[in-house]
Design a protein around this ligand. Structure first.
Ligand code: NAD
Length: 286
């Protein structure tokens, strides 16, 4: 069976729309999200456009700051200080990747942790590691957990989760969230041995690798819940290309208990969780 990320994201946005209105009515706070884009990377422009549209749709204030690709690092940091001190801005997101002359880690550390709705600031990643409820949690990993729960129910306790990928953006935080849910968690990566056999032990398999259709049916325990984070464009005869995940959907779908499709699985949940974080930031600090 499919876990429909599009539908779940819509459900979440519907709830957020109600909560945003409540915050306005009760405390006169309208959550505000500012997205900063440096340069003109086409994929980033699409992501930012979608974020802006969906922010407005749930009734939040959306601002976009577009800076030219040659923007000096210091100018970006100065801009972030202004946003940090602006009480109408509750969430700040700097669209990654940044041009190579800008130090990404420094930029992330410059965002006020309480406005870091991407959840990448060390204060937030440290908080997640320590199981601190106050930490803002990265959006894609949050989406993965909500999708797994959509199929399995809220109690994931005792399940064996295997996460393929150990990036700071997806692999590590999703593993920490699964641990918080009392799963037994294995983190696999490019040096892991016997990966197919390891994956075949998983009740919940999360693939966050960036390798098209790497996970095959023999890697999947019958009935397992498969969350496919990968977004890969593969060539097609018409030259347009096609998006596929890290899981070979056609091969795995008959074996899995449930699987997220690509597109329409994890992707839509990421922006919905960004809006959830922005509401949370506005509630706490507005
Ligand atoms: P990354 O390149 O930072 O990390 C990839 C990880 O995969 C690494 O930890 C590496 O050790 C591991 N890996 C690489 N080759 C492997 C192999 N052969 N066997 C086992 N492990 C291997 O990537 P990322 O930023 O974590 O993103 C992963 C994928 O998720 C990409 O396709 C990306 O586009 C996608 N993504 C999707 C969303 C979304 O909203 N759906 C968000 C972020 C990333």
């Amino acid at each position: 069976m499919n876990i429909d990320g599009k539908a779940l994201a819509q459900e979440l946005r519907d709830t957020l729309t109600i909560e945003v209105k409540k915050l306005k009515d009760e405390r006169n706070i309208t959550p505000g999200l500012t997205v900063v884009l440096v340069g003109e990377d086409p994929a980033s422009q699409v992501y930012v456009r979608n974020k802006v549209r969906q922010t407005q749709e749930v009734g939040m204030i959306s601002n976009k700051i577009s800076l030219p690709v040659e923007t000096p690092q210091q100018a970006l940091l100065d801009q972030l200080h202004v946003l940090n001190n602006d009480p109408t801005v509750h969430g700040i997101l700097v669209q990654l990747p940044l041009p190579s002359h800008i130090d990404e880690a420094l930029v992330i550390e410059t965002i006020a942790p309480e406005k870091d709705v991407d959840g990448f600031h060390p204060i937030n990643s440290g908080g997640l590691c320590n199981g601190d409820d106050g930490a803002l949690v990265p959006c894609t990993p949050q989406g993965c957990i909500l999708l797994a729960k959509k199929h399995l129910g809220d109690n994931l306790s005792g399940k064996h989760a295997v996460v393929i990928g150990r990036s700071n953006i997806v692999g590590k935080p999703v593993a920490l969230l699964l641990l918080q849910e009392s799963c037994t968690v294995t983190i696999a990566h490019s040096r892991t041995q016997n990966l197919p056999a390891l994956c075949a032990q998983a009740d919940i398999l999360v693939a966050a690798v960036g390798r098209p259709e790497m996970v095959k049916s023999e890697w999947v325990k019958p009935g397992a819940t498969v969350i496919d984070v990968g977004i890969n464009r593969i060539p097609t005869e018409d030259g347009k290309g096609r998006l596929v995940g890290d899981v070979d959907y056609a091969d795995v779908q008959p074996v899995a208990g449930a699987i997220t499709p690509v597109p329409g699985g994890v992707g839509p949940m990421t922006i919905a969780c960004l809006l959830k974080n922005t509401l949370e930031a506005a509630r706490r600090f507005g």
